[in-house]
Design a protein around this ligand. Structure first.
Ligand SMILES: NC(=O)c1ccc[n+]([C@@H]2O[C@H](COP(=O)([O-])OP(=O)(O)OC[C@H]3O[C@@H](n4cnc5c(N)ncnc54)[C@H](OP(=O)(O)O)[C@@H]3O)[C@@H](O)[C@H]2O)c1
Length: 281
């Protein structure tokens, strides 16, 4: 290991918390956990800052050797210039598998491609992570008590455990051998949402059923929670055929020397999140 201090942006999130955990396990001497709320994260020093406000994070990069950075914040070149000026040597970018063969007219693809390009141009050592859909997206079903309505229910995805992304990220943050690589990370198998719900039903001992959400209903619901260009992006991915997230790569097992974690393994760790406070018999 050739670093003393790593900073994880988004350290309280599904992926960021796993990056912190993996860095601590690897024995990185100092880990900093940055988020807007600056909430505490075990094993790390909490730092408050908003990547949407470049000035609010300018001091955060000082004394940091390596940064874990999710894609999509405004002005990636400016943020990366500040990191470099502050002495940061290495950055690991969380992008998405959707950039592979993706179309720049697609808003989600675009913000990831823009961040990737900025990282490659920043004169820092870089590694780009391009994961498949996250197993933690199932947390949107919690609490689980009966019927789940799910959009794109017929689309198989090789979902990945954020813990595997965290383990690969920690490796890339501490190992110069992964510099200059764009890694397409996936879980170990392709599954449908109903397959994943069946695993949760089995572990919880509950009768759960998945009801596919019709496309027009999904579009109307999603439009209430995100800008139209992102709704369009997801429809282009999963109805327009712009994103094939239904294949498995061997990158996670090749790098970690163990199989990628299954949805069942992820669910066993996170099962409490799906239990309702009070469940009617
Ligand atoms: N879900 C998927 O299937 C998928 C697939 C590929 C890529 N991705 C990408 O992966 C990213 C991370 O996903 P996740 O599930 O780990 O997200 P998450 O659980 O929502 O966590 C987001 C983290 O970022 C922090 N944050 C948000 N805005 C920030 C800002 N402006 N400045 C500083 N910190 C900020 C949040 O804390 P505060 O709220 O306190 O700031 C939190 O720690 C997503 O943004 C997405 O683009 C997702």
């Amino acid at each position: 290991m050739d670093i003393d201090t790593a900073l994880v942006v988004g350290a309280t999130g599904n992926v960021g918390a796993e990056v912190v955990r993996a860095l601590v396990e690897l024995g990185v001497p100092a880990v900093r956990a940055l988020s807007r709320r600056g909430a505490p994260v075990d094993g790390a020093t909490a730092v408050t800052g908003d990547l949407g406000d470049r000035a609010s994070v300018a001091d955060a990069w000082r004394g940091v050797d390596a940064v874990f950075l999710p894609a999509g914040h405004p002005d990636p070149p400016g943020l990366l210039a500040d990191m470099r000026a502050a002495g940061v040597r290495r950055v690991v970018l969380l992008s998405t598998g959707a950039v592979v063969g993706g179309d720049l007219d697609n808003a989600v693809t675009r913000f990831n491609v823009v961040s990737e390009a900025a990282v490659r141009d920043a004169e820092l050592a870089w590694t780009v992570l391009r994961p498949s859909g996250f197993m933690s997206n199932a947390l949107g079903w919690a609490p689980l008590t009966g019927v789940v309505r799910e959009p794109f229910a017929d689309v198989g995805v090789a979902v990945i455990d954020p813990a595997d992304i965290g383990a690969v990220a920690a490796r890339a943050l501490t190992d110069p051998g992964l510099a200059g690589r764009s890694l397409r990370l996936t879980g170990p198998e392709v599954s449908l949402p109903a397959d994943r719900l069946a695993v949760l039903a089995d572990l919880l001992g509950r009768d759960l059923r998945l009801e596919p959400e019709p496309d027009d209903a999904a579009r109307a619901r999603m439009s209430g929670t995100m800008p139209e260009r992102y709704v369009d992006a997801f429809f282009r991915f999963f109805r327009g055929g712009e994103y094939d997230d239904g294949h498995v790569t061997s990158v996670v097992p090749d790098l970690l020397g163990r199989p990628a974690r299954t949805f069942r393994e992820w669910a066993e760790v996170h099962l409490d999140a799906f239990r309702a406070e009070t469940v009617r018999p």
